[in-house]
Design a protein around this ligand. Structure first.
Ligand code: AMP
Length: 180
């Protein structure tokens, strides 16, 4: 279950830093180079499968859009369903929405009202590629609660620790790579 330092390094080395994207001062963590590297992607997915196999999860929920890539692959490995948490206006059926603040203005995420079936209390793991301020994940986790399921953990491939985004999230947080 614990990632060895060699495995951690393989994953870390596969992620590309793009300075000043999408705006000056931001170092964008580009996971396209992880996805195109079969050894790194497999190392990551095998680690996540090993960690979460014992959680007895009912669903994985992934955050638009990079959370879909890891979440859908993990759901298939665990033999459970995948639920997308999408940016506003993309989901076709009845939705529940949650706003969250950005540096300037706000954004909104949505989930289908029946995403986790008719019976409440389903155990859900929420996943995204990266946590920065934590606003997106906090809003996504509250959507899971709003539609009657339980967010048992929130998982990130990377955590930008210096932004302390974890503090606003009630559920336990697991980050594969913690970047200080
Ligand atoms: P936040 O709500 O501030 O935690 O931002 C998290 C969302 O923004 C995630 O969906 C990330 O994919 C994206 N994001 C924020 N900062 C970065 C970064 N430095 N590199 C890549 N993605 C980022």
């Amino acid at each position: 279950m614990i990632l060895t330092s060699d495995e951690k390094q393989i994953i870390l080395d596969s992620i590309r830093d793009i300075p000043d994207f999408p705006k000056p001062g931001i170092i964008f963590k580009d996971i396209t180079t992880l996805l195109s590297n079969p050894k790194a992607y497999n190392t990551l997915m095998t680690h996540l499968e090993t960690r979460y196999i014992s959680y007895d999860l009912d669903y994985i929920a992934g955050i638009d859009a990079r959370g879909f890539i890891f979440g859908a692959a993990l759901a298939d490995r665990l033999g459970i369903g995948f639920v997308p948490v999408r940016k506003k206006g993309k989901l076709p059926y009845t939705t529940v929405a949650e706003k969250y603040s950005l540096e300037y203005g706000f954004d909104e995420v949505e989930i289908h009202i029946d995403a986790f079936g008719e019976n409440g209390g389903k155990k859900v793991l929420l996943i995204d590629d990266l946590i920065a301020t934590g606003g997106t994940a906090k809003a996504a986790a509250s959507l899971i609660d709003k539609v009657g399921a339980t967010c048992v953990e929130v998982c990130f491939i990377m955590e930008l620790e210096f932004l302390n985004g974890k503090k606003g999230i009630q559920a336990p947080v697991y980050s594969v790579l913690v970047i200080d």
